[in-house]
Design a protein around this ligand. Structure first.
Ligand SMILES: *Cc1c(COP(=O)(O)O)cnc(C)c1O
Length: 410
């Protein structure tokens, strides 16, 4: 039998399962680690040291929570969705990350990392972005702190995401269009890593629970404020601090890890993740990494990824740019493989239907990523009991997806 303590990260004393189950070397079971070029070794070691130091530093926490409260607008509400609950015969509470400043959960992490960068004396921030959401969150944090910001973005995405590109520029960031590969997120990440190798003095803010250790753990830690709030909000609203179900969507996995973090070792809580099925896992036009991925190494971590027999990355497809990534955070690969989480692929059409349903029942237009989590309700209709409590994280708002939604108005 595995001794739970062997998974405990000794440097972390304020998390229930030692940082959601990560080992001192950054492994979640067989997944994770830090597969990085030698030249980055010292940089990543220093980052690890600085990160472990702030985790238990009360002055850091005070500064971070001050920003979360007055700048982001936290705590985000835990909203009892009455009409949605009636539809599914249970009690559904929505964790409203869509109400954060900049419209999604990504700002929680960007602010945490930028405070860390400041403590390390860094003056230049780099980041990768796909749809531009993480780029905007990072550019926002840099404007707030007065730091230089370079955002790598595939040229295809630069053309597709006009509004976010203009926002980043208005915020003072330099957007670097990347012209390698398919010119999308994976290529932007490769380019950011390449730049980091030649400029190790810059601080690389990664936007999800991916990348080399300590990033997956660090991003989860900064997003764990989500489940920290769910605990006391549930206690206040339903008289117990845990739900029967937690539901979230998984791209790289940061809003989901934040939602699950303080419940991972609580067996009373069933956890369901939604990944992007695209046109259907059997069609090849998909981003359902856990469903069809195999073990490999991508962007510094061992995890599940979509690859062909030669180890070439298969280009992912999803209607949702935020879920359109060929890998998955190593923690999610692990928790799915041991059965702690149940993962469903949700196809484009199911997500769209769920987005329209939430809008009409509750007056909330969700991000298309979040709509993938909402679609889990229909897939499980009849499984939720009348007296059970379901907490579902709405990771972002739908403003950015209006062009997509209007195409499907009936
Ligand atoms: C980026 C994004 C996601 C996917 O990222 P995770 O790291 O998996 O959370 C989900 N929802 C929204 C609104 C996003 O912007």
């Amino acid at each position: 039998m595995e001794n739970k303590d062997s998974f405990r990260d000794e440097t972390n004393t304020n998390s229930p399962l030692g940082v959601g189950g990560v080992s001192p070397f950054g492994y979640y079971g067989e997944f994770g680690g830090a597969y990085i070029p030698e030249i980055l070794h010292g940089t990543v070691e220093k980052l690890k040291e600085a990160y472990f130091a702030i985790k238990t530093d009360e002055s850091f926490k005070a500064e971070y929570y001050e920003l979360l409260k007055h700048y982001v607008g936290r705590p985000s509400p835990l909203y009892f969705a009455k009409r949605l609950s009636a539809e599914y015969g249970t009690n559904i509470y929505l964790k409203r990350e869509d109400l954060n400043h900049t419209g999604a959960h990504k700002i929680n992490n960007a602010l945490g990392q930028i405070l860390l960068a400041k403590r390390m004396g860094k003056t230049r921030i780099i980041a990768e972005t796909g749809a531009g959401q993480h780029g905007v969150a990072t550019a926002t944090a840099c404007a707030l702190m007065g730091l230089e910001c370079i955002v790598f973005m595939g040229k295809t995405d630069v053309e597709r995401q006009f509004l976010n590109v203009q926002k980043m520029r208005m915020l003072g960031a330099t957007v670097e269009p990347v012209i390698s590969g398919n010119m999308t997120l994976k290529d932007a990440t490769n380019e950011a890593i390449r730049y980091w190798c030649s400029n190790p003095d810059s601080f690389y803010i990664i936007g999800s629970t991916v990348g080399p250790h300590p990033y997956p753990d660090m991003v989860a830690f900064f997003q764990s404020v989500i489940s920290e709030e769910i605990k006391w909000q549930l206690q206040e609203q339903v008289g117990r601090d845990y739900p029967d179900y937690l539901i979230a969507c998984v791209g790289g996995g940061s809003n989901a890890m934040g939602t699950y973090y303080h419940y991972l070792d609580d067996d009373r809580v069933k956890i369901i993740s939604a990944e992007a099925g695209g046109l259907g896992v059997e069609t090849g036009e998909t981003a359902a990494t856990i469903s069809i991925g195999t073990t490999g190494i991508i962007h510094g971590a061992k995890t599940l990824l979509m690859q062909d027999e030669d180890g070439q990355i298969i280009e992912p497809y999803s209607i949702s740019a935020g879920l359109d990534y060929p890998g998955i955070g190593p923690a999610h690969a692990h928790f799915a493989s041991i059965g702690r989480t149940k993962v469903y692929p949700v196809n484009d059409d199911e997500a769209l239907e769920a987005a329209f349903e939430l809008t009409r029942l509750e007056g909330i237009i969700p991000a298309i990523e979040s709509a993938h989590a909402l679609a889990i309700l229909k897939k499980n209709k009849g499984n939720f009991k009348q007296d059970e409590v379901v907490v579902l994280t709405v990771s972002g708002r739908g403003d950015k997806d209006m062009d997509t939604y209007v195409k499907y108005f009936k």
